[in-house]
Ligand binder design. Structure first.
Ligand SMILES: C=C(O[C@@H]1C=C(C(=O)O)C=C[C@H]1O)C(=O)O
Length: 166
C-alpha cells in the first residue's frame, strides 16, 4: 500500500469522527419541528451494542470502543443542541428541507463501522505516550482539510477525549 500522506497515524480516527459530526446537522434538520427529540436513548443503545460487537469480532476492546462511541454520541448532541439554539434565535437560518432520519442513520452506521476499524487499527499509536500530540496534529489536519466551523471543531475535540489510553 502507498504511504499515507498524513503526518499523524491518528488521522483516520479524527477524520471519521469529523465525518460523523458533520451528520449532526442533517440529524438536527431531520428532527427540527417534529416530535423526535435530540436525545434518543434507544437508538444510542443500538449504536453502542453494535460497535461493541464489531470491536469484539475484530479483536479490539469492546469497553474501550463503547467509551469512545459514548463520546461520539455526546459530541453529536452538542452540535444538535447548538444548532437548535441558533435556529430558535434566528428562525431565518432554520433548515428548509427535512432529511429522512433513517437515511442519515444509514450513513452514520457506515461511518461507525469504519471508525471501529480505525480505532482497532491504531491500538499501538493510542497506547503510546505520543498519542496526545499525534491526536492534536490529526485534529489540525482535519481542520485544514474540511474547514469545519468552530462549533464542529470543538465538538471534534470532545469526541476524541477517550481515544488515547493515557
Ligand atoms: C444522531 C442522533 O441523535 C442522537 C445521537 C446519536 C448518535 O450520535 O449516534 C444517537 C441517538 C441520539 O441520542 C440520532 O438520533 O440518530
Amino acid at each position: 500500500a502507498p504511504a499515507s500522506p498524513w503526518s499523524s497515524p491518528l488521522h483516520p480516527v479524527a477524520s471519521l469522527a469529523a465525518e460523523r459530526l458533520a451528520t449532526a446537522d442533517l440529524v438536527a434538520a431531520a428532527k427540527w419541528g417534529t416530535d423526535s427529540p435530540i436525545d434518543d436513548p434507544a437508538r444510542e443503545q443500538v449504536v453502542l451494542d453494535t460497535v461493541a460487537a464489531q470491536a469484539q469480532r475484530i479483536g479490539a476492546d469492546p469497553d474501550e470502543v463503547r467509551r469512545i462511541f459514548r463520546d461520539q454520541i455526546e459530541a453529536n448532541k452538542v452540535v444538535q443542541r447548538a444548532l437548535y439554539a441558533r435556529w430558535t434565535a434566528h428562525p431565518e437560518q432554520a433548515p428548509t428541507t427535512k432529511p429522512d432520519l433513517n437515511v442519515v442513520r444509514q450513513t452514520i452506521n457506515r461511518i461507525n463501522t469504519d471508525l471501529v476499524q480505525a480505532v482497532a487499527d491504531t491500538t499501538p499509536e493510542r497506547t503510546a505516550l505520543t498519542c496526545r500530540p499525534e491526536l492534536t496534529v490529526a485534529v489540525i489536519e482535519v481542520h485544514h482539510e474540511k474547514h469545519p466551523d468552530l462549533l464542529h471543531t470543538k465538538a471534534l475535540v470532545r469526541s476524541l477525549e477517550s481515544v488515547c489510553r493515557s
